[in-house]
Design a protein around this ligand. Structure first.
Ligand code: VG1
Ligand code: CO
Length: 541
């Protein structure tokens, strides 16, 4: 086994500001591409000599091959140990947990999250820090800069490691520890939630459906819901991770998790339904005939988290991404705890959690989690809901009604316009930015604009500043819309339009109807159809 240094040329790598690199799988399979990026990651974090790294991914196409490349490169770069999930599998929250509890120097997670997988779909890779969270912008910028100058990488010339057997082996000088990807995570969940009470509720007749969408959470959900909590086999559907996710698009929203939605809206709906995404960090919660919007889910969890043993002393504070609805703000106010607003992306929550300011975070995009790890966590959110149901004896629809009667209802929706030509999307954004200064005071439909700006964030912990994080237009009375371009796509541009309005009187409206005036006002200001030719959203959540 010899370490080789291979001469190469810079790649079209990672845009600054995104926490991982996502590209078409075939791009990653191209000569030297993955290798270049991995070397840039190693260099960007100051080298891996003598370091311990966690490695694993969501099982999508190329996960296994890429893991072997990363191990051979870690060994050649002098890493002392790699902790790898059996068969190279690890959900994102489980990887975050291992990075933290094993006190490692960080980890590499292979996933394109909610993007489809397969040879002709998407692949991704990201570096997580020793705190278990995604690399902050300073580090991703350093990695990106390195991709532009890199001219060689180091790799061990060795046979692939057998990752199917749990135990420790060697790759050159580096130890490779192959661990059960599920066990430590199940222990963590047992510490946080009342498994006995949830088990009794299930034994008492609560039917649960968990759609793993042929992605990574299948083994985790089976171990927890079926093996530990006693739900019958078949509770977890699409429970085997497949390289192409069985053709499913593992994004847990009503559009892509339509099988689950059909069942939950049908006559024989189980009492509780949930779905998760490719890498296991997202969740969708559904009750019988009752879809829970992610912003509402965050607010309900904030109001009830103290019912779960791991949170019995209450929350330190909460944080939400800027486009997420203000439902959680109202709970925080009632609880007398701080509520932070951050740009989109989980990496912005890390400093707040590390600094002890918040213990619960969430995004409108089906991401919820706490300071138990430094990633959002789909299975965690499911268990939190089940724990709240077990402790209160209430169903999902009852919990929602109670919540809205107490706090009012923040009607909320996100409209996604996909596959827009990049130039048109950029032109739309700059034209919108150009209008902002003139908007305050203007009447649009029934509204008067109060403020209009391009959101910038000053991190209260490290003082770093992030600009242009979404255009927001707030009307007098609090209704608002937000517009930003997605940073996670791999082709063209996706425009996200976020819409919100608080109502403390009418609690049972259909959200699109409740938001009709806000939608019309947003379209009026932005002119999406005129700019892009798209006159209707592709996905509504
Ligand atoms: C989307 C979501 C964002 C989330 C990000 C990563 O980003 O909107 O809230 O943090 O995906 O989630 P964007 O830039 O496409 O809007 V995941 O589950 O892909 O790690
Ligand atoms: Co994800």
């Amino acid at each position: 086994m010899t370490a080789k240094t291979i001469t190469t040329t810079p790649i079209d790598g990672q845009k600054p500001g995104t926490s991982g690199l996502r590209k078409k799988t075939r791009v990653f399979m191209g000569a030297h591409y993955l290798e270049n990026f991995v070397q840039a990651m190693f260099d960007g974090v100051g080298g891996v000599e003598g370091k311990v790294l966690v490695v694993g991914g969501d099982g999508r196409f190329h996960n296994d091959t890429a893991t072997q490349t990363i191990l051979a490169m870690a060994a050649a770069n002098g890493a002392s140990r790699a902790i790898v999930g059996q068969n190279a599998l690890l959900s994102t929250p489980a990887a975050s947990n291992l990075i933290r509890t094993r006190k490692t120097d960080g980890g590499i997670i292979l996933s394109a999250s909610h993007n489809p997988g397969g040879e002709d779909e998407d692949f991704g890779i990201k570096f997580n820090m020793p705190n278990g969270g995604p690399a902050p912008e300073g580090v991703t910028n350093a990695i990106f800069a390195r991709t532009k100058t890199l001219d060689a990488y180091h790799i061990l010339d060795a046979a692939p490691v057998d990752l199917s057997q749990i135990g420790t082996t060697r790759l050159g000088e580096m130890e490779v520890e192959i661990v059960d990807p599920v066990a430590a995570y199940v222990d963590l969940m047992r510490d946080l939630f009342d498994f006995d009470a949830i088990g009794r509720m299930i034994a008492g007749g609560l039917a649960v459906r968990f759609d793993a969408m042929c992605a990574i959470t299948g083994p985790y959900a089976r171990a927890i819901l079926q093996d530990a909590l006693g739900a019958p086999s078949g509770t977890v559907t699409h429970g085997t991770p497949l390289p192409d996710f069985g053709g499913m698009h593992p994004d847990p929203n009503p559009t892509w998790a339509h099988e689950l939605m059909d069942e939950m809206m049908g006559p024989n709906a189980p009492g509780f339904g949930a779905a998760s995404d490719g890498d296991g960090d997202r969740n969708m919660i559904v009750g019988p005939n009752c879809y829970v919007s992610p912003s509402d889910s965050l607010a309900v969890i904030a109001a009830n988290a103290h019912l779960a043993p791991g949170y019995k002393d209450g929350l330190k504070g909460v944080a939400r991404s800027m486009p997420t609805s203000a439902a959680v703000d109202r709970v925080a106010e009632a609880l007398g705890i701080d509520c932070y607003e951050t740009p989109t992306g989980w990496k912005f929550f890390g400093n707040l959690m590390d600094d002890g300011r918040v213990s619960l975070c969430g995004e409108e995009s089906f991401g919820t989690g706490s300071d138990h790890v430094r990633e959002k966590d789909g299975v965690w959110a499911v268990l939190m809901w089940l724990n709240i149901m077990a402790a209160t004896g209430k169903s999902v629809p009852e919990l929602m009604q109670d919540h809205w009667s107490r706090f009012g209802r923040n009607y909320y929706s996100r409209h996604d316009f996909e596959a827009i030509e990049t130039e048109k999307a950029d032109a739309l954004m700059s034209s919108l930015r150009g209008k902002l200064a003139g908007l305050p005071g203007q009447s649009i439909g029934p509204f008067v604009v109060e403020t209009a700006d391009d959101y910038a964030y000053l991190d209260p912990v490290d003082g770093s500043r992030s600009e242009q994080q979404g255009v927001r237009v707030v009307f007098e009375g609090g209704a608002r819309f937000v517009v930003r371009l997605s940073g996670t796509g791999t082709s063209g541009a996706t425009l996200r339009l976020y819409l919100e309005r608080l109502d403390t009187e009418h609690l049972d409206l259909e959200p699109q109807a409740a938001l009709a005036d806000v939608i019309a006002a947003a379209q009026d200001v932005i002119g999406i159809a005129a700019h892009t030719g798209h006159d209707a959203p592709d996905v509504i959540t």
